[in-house]
Design a protein around this ligand. Structure first.
Ligand code: TYC
Length: 118
């Protein structure tokens, strides 16, 4: 993929650049490679107190899982201590973590959620 970055600058006039001032005009830089954004895993942690039903609701409401997917992710976290609930770009992952932590705090559950760079 090739894309151009255009820097617009003041218009050139005929004798605009015949002194010691820096050259002006339009600089076009061509970049041969596009950079893919880094991806982040959103990790849910197990604890002994958060109700299973609350975790299922979080997975459905914040991570758009259906009831069956949400149940199995919750059970996997319950058994293994932690689990991945989704993979996103940084801003989305950060927002999901904040939404989980906010929902847990409001409901006074100790549920913890973090993100991990891939
Ligand atoms: N271990 C909790 C219980 O037995 C359920 C639970 C599952 C809590 C997943 C957190 O991320 C979690 N009530």
């Amino acid at each position: 993929m090739v894309y151009k970055i255009n820097f617009t600058a003041p218009q050139m006039t005929g004798d605009d650049n015949n002194d010691d001032s820096p050259a002006r005009g339009v600089a076009t830089k061509i970049r041969e490679k596009t950079k893919k954004p880094s991806m982040y895993r959103v990790i849910l942690m197990n604890d002994d107190y958060t109700p299973m039903e609350f975790v299922v609701q979080v997975l459905m409401g914040i991570f758009q899982k259906n009831q069956e997917e949400a149940y199995w992710i919750m059970m996997s976290v319950h058994k293994n201590g932690l689990g991945v609930c989704g993979i996103y770009t940084f801003e989305i992952a950060e927002t999901k973590v904040a939404q989980v932590m906010d929902a847990a705090k409001r409901s006074q559950h100790p549920l913890q959620c973090t993100l991990e760079k891939m």
